[in-house]
Design a protein around this ligand. Sequence first.
Ligand code: IMP
Ligand code: MG
Length: 175
Amino acid sequence: MSDSAIGEVLVSGDDLRRRVAELGRQISEDYADRDLVLVGVLKGAVIFIADLMRYITTPCEVDFMAVSSYGSQTDSSGVVRILKDLDAPIEGRDVLIVEDIIDSGLTLQYLMRNLNARSPSSLEVCALLAKPDRLRVDLEPRYVGFEIPDRFAVGYGLDHGQRYRNLDYVAALEE
Ligand code: IMP
Ligand code: MG
């Protein structure tokens, strides 16, 4: 894609594929003999979860939630609204939230609280990307694909104003 808003490559397509495969193998090991439900957070996690689940070799189901966090275009406020809830109950099940990126962590903190209240057997997080310098809450994701610097990232599902989700690598937005 030739677009002057797309800056430096943060994670190449090859590195994404290698790491996503590795995460899939790890999750398959960790969740063998469990009752795994992957919960993808729309829309950013769509590409990640689609690739990740093909590397999971143990039985699993997939469900989706859509949330919107109030805030500016590049900063979330922690006030989250559920736009689409899960299709099925998760009580007694092993839930793994699949998220595109942890920035402040406020969105995930809200999601964790909300899903925990439904009494899953376990609740963990798998995030493709994390910006450790921006984290504002106490959150320990079980799986993180890559830690990235404090830049606004686009591609591989991540958008800016709904664009650039279709890039097959992760790049910094040129601001
Ligand atoms: P948080 O609540 O600050 O952790 O932000 C989480 C959500 O904001 C993510 O699920 C993304 O949808 C969005 N977001 C945060 N940082 C970025 C970024 O660098 N690029 C694209 N979306 C982002
Ligand atoms: Mg998101």
